[in-house]
Design a protein around this ligand. Structure first.
Ligand code: FE2
Length: 168
């Protein structure tokens, strides 16, 4: 890698350059719709709004946007149906969420797992998701390896009061 040619951008610059047409908010709604639609043919707007801790008018506006993208069928304050494209995308968003949650747990994260997952999932590249998937598969299929890693970390932590070297 030629470090001199790496192109730095601001956080917003990276976000714009990797946007797939869905904002983080749209991804959150779609992921939750997919969760709630499991085993059902439709989701009620009030249920969706309640699960995301938002007001129904905000959820309604977002449904209009998702319906413009062909991801849901929605009538104002009525039932919400995921289209085939919406189901496919919702399933992959939920899978990404579960994968990141599992990854954080394997790393030994104990606090704010949901909050960290919800934030990380919107900014992570596809390549990194795939690399994490390989890591999670390997770690879960080799518990003895994970055990060695955890023991090593805990001996290091005892010597450094819980902090990793060089970090505050
Ligand atoms: Fe999520």
């Amino acid at each position: 890698m030629n470090r001199g040619k790496e192109q730095f951008r601001t956080f917003r610059g990276y976000s714009l350059s990797e946007a797939d047409g869905l904002t983080p908010g749209m991804e959150d709604y779609l992921e939750m719709l997919y969760r709630l639609s499991s085993g059902k043919t439709y989701v009620r707007l009030v249920d969706l709004a309640a699960r995301l801790s938002v007001q129904p008018p905000s959820a309604s506006r977002m449904m209009q946007r998702l319906s413009e993208q062909g991801l849901v069928q929605y009538e104002r304050y009525g039932m919400i149906h995921l289209t085939e494209a919406g189901k496919k995308l919702g399933a992959s968003l939920l899978e990404r969420h579960h994968l990141l949650e599992q990854f954080l747990k394997l790393l030994g994260v104990k606090q704010n797992i949901l909050k960290d997952t919800e934030r990380i999932e919107h900014i992570i590249s596809k390549e990194l998701v795939h690399k994490i998937k390989w890591f999670v598969l390997y770690a879960t299929q080799h518990p003895e390896w994970l055990d060695t890693f955890e023991k090593w970390v805990s001996t290091q932590q005892t010597a450094s009061a819980g902090k990793a070297p060089g970090l505050e």
